[in-house]
Write a protein that binds this ligand. Structure first.
Ligand SMILES: *Cc1c(COP(=O)(O)O)cnc(C)c1O
Length: 366
């Protein structure tokens, strides 16, 4: 049996820093009457992190992948677990076995969940999703949504209609605004009117809805958010929304990768320029001879090289192939050598890919 004694690349996860972020976000939202589902899909539900979410004041642990919930169950965690990708009909037995609550947008699926609950002797809660213009999951026709809610309430004995939710700032890049939240609340109230009781949960979105909490513009009845990136990284809220997120650690995740070549080379390719190894036409700027480094990690691991942020000053990402990351280190003053290990900050996409790559080790530190 061969097994590689590989050190790098590694993604280091600082659990103390993550715990701080979970606690800060949960507390700040709770002060405004909002409870948090901790979304763990963005870092492939690393087991040690699951325990932190379980021990925190998050009201659910959430993922789009049932594998993550299964891992958590196997660790003996209790949840409750929220499935946040609208379920496949083909995964209903697993959904009912693993998740306590799920986001839904198809009555056919909710009926199938009810049937399966009967078989397993279980109850399952659902949150019905409203599409408010981002054009991913959810009811577009709000009358149809109210009818579905009424049907569930009165005909599906094993399903508890827990509430409604929406997703924004994803496919359609639609911003969460107080107006969008009011739209969700009016669907919720139409349902409440029809079924004659209050809903428990009005789930106003993910990280991209946090700016309303921060700015005190979140309408009162929104009482739930499902938060991934805003806890794990907090970078988008600062860089894209301009919020002061200094109360969070931005360096929970660190990619460490090893330099395998350092040479002075031209910055403009030499010869007949055609396409790169992925069939794209590259753009190259001639800056003369520059010092560059190759690091042993590649697109297979992180997909989007421009979303890696080198921590060393004077290090610039030039590009990458499947297995090589190419850096300009001309301006760097650290006297870098082959064998040195460089550190990078992650953003959402690089975090997702790196933590899912079988070539990248994960190491949790306390
Ligand atoms: C991924 C996801 C979230 C969390 O998104 P973040 O931007 O990481 O907070 C919330 N809700 C749904 C339905 C999701 O798919």
């Amino acid at each position: 049996m061969n097994s590689l004694e590989k050190k790098y690349p590694v993604v280091e996860v600082d659990l103390k820093k993550l715990k701080h972020n979970i606690d800060e976000m949960v507390r700040r939202c709770r002060e405004k009457g909002i409870s948090i589902a901790g979304v763990v899909k963005g870092f492939n539900a690393i087991p040690e992190t699951l325990r932190l979410y379980e021990e925190s004041d998050c009201v659910q642990i959430a993922s789009s992948r049932l594998e993550h919930i299964e891992d958590a169950r196997k660790m003996g965690l209790k949840g409750p677990f929220l499935a946040i990708r609208v379920p496949m009909l083909s995964e209903i037995p697993d959904l009912v076995r693993l998740a306590d609550i799920s986001l839904n947008s198809e009555l056919t699926v909710v009926k199938a969940i009810d049937e399966e609950c009967k078989r397993q002797g279980k109850k399952h809660s659902v949150i019905l999703m409203a599409d408010l213009g981002d054009l991913r999951e959810g009811y577009w026709d709000k009358d149809e949504m109210v009818e579905a809610a009424y049907y569930i309430e009165n005909n599906l004995a094993n399903i508890y209609l827990a509430g409604v939710g929406t997703n924004l700032g994803c496919y359609g890049s639609i911003n969460a605004t107080p107006e969008k939240m009011e739209e969700l609340i009016s669907v919720a109230e139409a349902i409440e009117e029809k079924i004659g009781r209050k809903l428990d949960i009005i789930s106003g979105g993910g990280t991209t809805s946090f700016p309303l909490v921060y700015n005190n513009t979140m309408p009162k009845r929104i009482n739930h958010l499902r938060m991934g990136e805003g806890i794990a990284l907090g970078k988008d809220l600062e860089d894209l929304w301009g919020l002061d997120m200094s109360f969070l650690n931005k360096d929970v995740f660190t990619l460490k990768a090893e330099i395998v070549e350092i040479k002075d080379k031209p910055s403009y390719p030499v010869g007949e320029i055609f396409v790169d190894c992925f069939g794209n036409r590259g753009e190259y700027i001639d800056r003369g001879i520059r010092k560059r480094a190759i690091v042993a990690v590649g697109k297979v691991d992180f997909a989007l090289d421009y979303q890696l942020e080198p921590r060393n000053k004077g290090v610039e990402v030039l590009g990458s192939s499947s297995d090589h990351l190419i850096l300009d280190i001309e301006e760097n003053k650290d006297d870098l050598k082959v064998g040195d290990v460089l550190e990078f900050d992650l953003r959402y996409s690089t975090m997702v890919y790196l933590t899912s790559s079988k070539y990248v080790r994960i190491e949790c530190i306390n």
